[in-house]
Design a protein. Sequence first.
Lengths: 291, 333
Amino acid sequence: MSSHIGTVARKEFEDAGRSKLLWALIGLLVGFVAIGYVGIWFADDEATAAEVLTFVGLPLQIIIPIAALIAGYMAVVGERRSGSIKLLLGLPPNRTDVVFGKLLGRMAVIGTAVVLAFLVSLVLGAALFGSVPFADWFGFAAVSVLFGLTFTGLAVGVSAGVSTRGRAMAVVVGIYILLVGLWELVTAGPYYLIYDEGPPVEAETWYLLVEQLNPIAAYTTLMNTVVEGQMDVIMFRFGLEDFEAMTMTPAERYAGDAPFFLQDWFSAVVLLLWLLVPVAIGYYRFQNADL
Amino acid sequence: MAAIETSGLTKTYGELTAVDGLNLTVRDGEVFGFLGPNGAGKSTTINMLLDFTRPTAGSATVLGYDAQAEADEISPRVGVLPEGFDIYPRLSGRRHVEFAIQTKDAANDPDAIIERVGLSAEDAARPAGDYSKGMRQRLATGMALVGDPDLLIMDEPSSGLDPHGIREMQDLVRSEAERGTTVFFSSHILEHVETVCDRVGVLNEGELVAVDTIEGLRESVGGGGTMELTLADGDAGRFRENAAAVAGITEVVATGRTLECTVTDSAAKAGAVVALDDAGATVDDVRIEDVSLETLFTALTNGDGEVGADTAGTAQSADATTGAAAASSEVSE
């Protein structure tokens, strides 16, 4: 019994490669980077390439998740609704091959898009600012690829776990709004109710862990460890949390030596969890579903 | 070894029972037509054979493998034309066939497959999203043929095809059967299956109401058919009651000079002529048509499709546990 994951993934990549929507997303990603570079070059030619890199990272934390979620949320449920999954499962590939083949295929698409955007930034950085901080650039690119794959995994996991397109969209949009729009409310809100004050810089450990679990915050934390500079998390604020604390990583906010789960490197684990847990849940539900 | 064997196969959706304790055997090498009206549970049964849907109770084997636990052993050996499928709109028809060849690790030539199902090379190069329903059906049929499967499972293969396409589909089924392939296919239209099937099973409301050869079904219909009597003088309606009173005639429709009688017993034909003569009518012409299986099919599937076992056609239906044969006496509304 051989695995068909690779065959499904290749077909998937080829199929997705013909999707105008995905090309639009790639264009958006590459375009933002290009516009960012040229814009800064016009506005401030004193800026170093490293500073520009940080500046470009700001929109990426919004565009990468949105692109990955759009690329992934229909992966499995779309085929289920159209019926092409019956054609696929009538052939030797089984449900495992379908979920993981789709996951790899969509990851390859998003990975390619992010790598393309960073290649453009490499070329523009060299052309407009003379030097390219290669180590920073490479680290930033690697972290961004991981960030893109995380959200692709989340989306494909949701797609495998639900039975209608509407539900897939609702769950994906709901998670994104939670992470970007409501995060402070649902984390600092309870903190305020429990302790009668918003979280200070040195907040309770449980709160710092919860903060650490936001994948977008995890991305900026990793960013700030690989790139010289400071990138803040873009999210909707409710003024509950200490203002100064917003620009600090959980490790910096912890008095004394931070436990392992508050260390900066743990952010990479957080991203992997956001990839693996939804895929595991979606896979389990898909295995047991009537198609 | 049976190509397909189900035992007490049941699927319920909440209150609704889609398939109810199905016991069905499809023998190796035969062409088996799975008949029933829309909603009878044909697709649900096929979906359970393919592990698309999990049974509520009972079990099924396909080529000797458990349909649920050993599904991975089944799929490389069968060709599947599912119901309600779709193609990948952005990929070419040829790429679809190539994909099937890759997954089945088969040695088929994609162009030969495409030609066999009646698609042109130009069509095969186009994205399949541009295809008509019939072309999609042909493409999926081609994918099912990849790897020379031991068993073809086709759910409503004639849907979306024009009469010409249906004939081609029947030829294809015949030639596959000659190669020794077992063919199991469903249809809600009897005439699409009667010319190619060795045996048929009739499903109604989730239950198997008949399993027999086409000949066996015909025999059980007996000499039944319709008889059209043209009378010499004007109003045939006057003699309607006389004809209807003859034993073995179940329905009489009078139109102008003609009486159309539904006959379930051969002897009734002569009886009708005698009865009309006795009543003073002059019979000008008699036209007799053998009952179509369609009539039987309708009787079996119109809800109260209860069938007697007394005229149970041939021994071939021995493996069917529920009402194994069709009885002519029930061919009535």
